[in-house]
Design a protein around this ligand. Structure first.
Ligand code: 13P
Ligand code: SF4
Length: 303
């Protein structure tokens, strides 16, 4: 039996589901029960009532959110090294330090943070609902972290003041995109439209026809009449885009835009994860309660 067959067999025996982020390797996306963006994966994890095990093919903070929202299930991260560097950029000390200067400003954190930080925020958001989450708050000044580009994008969209924490937080993969590459590609593909993730720089967002989360980009790609789409996000999304739109052409705006952390999940590691039930993601109860409330508040906001 090949590896795919072995994974399918184990999945059935152990009542497991595999959830994969849109940036995962093609073969991991293809074996998954569900592929989506960060909020869709969290929602899906909550709806998998019959599953006893959730294999989370993604990075640490996404698996942590699933564990927080599903305390009765075993959540597995196939590679312990799959850690989002942006999530590591925000410490609890930094939140406390900035909060002293803005005591009335609520703290809103992108889900790309560790549970320890989430426990110190009022509400979480993802790139799919950040504008709606900020608009749902009474406050005009909001402390927001850790992605400075997302903070600037949301400030433009809402007209509110967002204080970025840390001041310099960024995604090492999305900052690789440069508008001059889009200019060159547009000379070659003059009818192409451009879609980018809000973690890209303001300059990249400035040359885009559409800015949105990975799943919102999938929707835009389906709906646009354009036959060629230039894509400003991690290259893993192109597998799904091409699968769902075989008649369209997708071109990555920068070919080395790879998130190495997302790529640590291989089929071999998914198999080992299921077989040995590793690595179990557990959030200490001392922070889980508060972090869960911040996530649950996010789900109450309509987007
Ligand atoms: P999405 O929520 O758009 O899937 O993004 C998650 C992420 O890590 C982007 O780099
Ligand atoms: Fe983190 Fe960027 Fe990788 Fe997303 S693409 S998981 S934000 S490092």
């Amino acid at each position: 039996m090949n590896l795919t067959g072995k994974i399918q067999k184990l999945k059935k025996e152990k009542k497991a589901v595999i959830l994969a982020h849109n940036y995962q390797r093609p073969e991991v996306q293809d074996i998954a029960d569900y592929v989506g963006d960060s909020i869709e994966l969290s929602r899906k994890a909550m709806l998998e009532h019959d599953a006893e095990i959730i294999v989370f093919a993604a990075v640490d903070f996404m698996a942590e959110s699933a564990a927080l929202l599903n305390p009765a299930k075993k959540v597995l991260l196939p590679s312990l090294g799959a850690r989002c560097p942006m999530a590591q950029m925000l410490t609890v000390d930094e939140i406390k330090r900035v909060k002293v200067h803005y005591p009335d400003a609520p703290v809103v954190l992108y889900v790309n943070t560790l549970a320890s930080s989430k426990a110190y925020c009022y509400i979480c958001c993802t790139s799919a609902n950040a504008v709606e989450v900020i608009n749902s708050l009474d406050a005009n000044t909001v402390i927001f972290g850790p992605d400075r580009n997302l903070a600037e994008y949301v400030a433009e969209k809402t007209g509110k003041t967002l204080i970025p924490i840390p001041e310099w937080g960024f995604c090492p993969t999305h900052v690789l995109f440069q508008p001059e590459d889009v200019t060159i590609l547009k000379q070659q593909y003059s009818d192409a439209v451009v879609m980018v993730h809000p973690e890209c720089s303001a300059e990249m967002r400035g040359v885009a026809d559409f800015v949105g989360s990975t799943s919102k980009m999938c929707r835009y790609a389906r709906e646009t009449p354009a036959k060629t789409v230039i894509v400003g996000t991690e290259e893993g999304l192109l597998h799904r885009l091409r699968k769902e739109n075989p008649e369209k052409q997708f071109i990555i705006a920068y070919k080395d835009a790879v998130c190495p952390n997302m790529k640590l999940t291989t089929l071999d590691r998914v198999y080992a994860s299921l077989k040995e039930e590793k690595y179990v993601v557990k959030v200490p109860e001392s922070i889980a309660g508060k972090a869960r409330i911040a996530l649950e508040r996010m789900f109450e906001v309509k987007s």
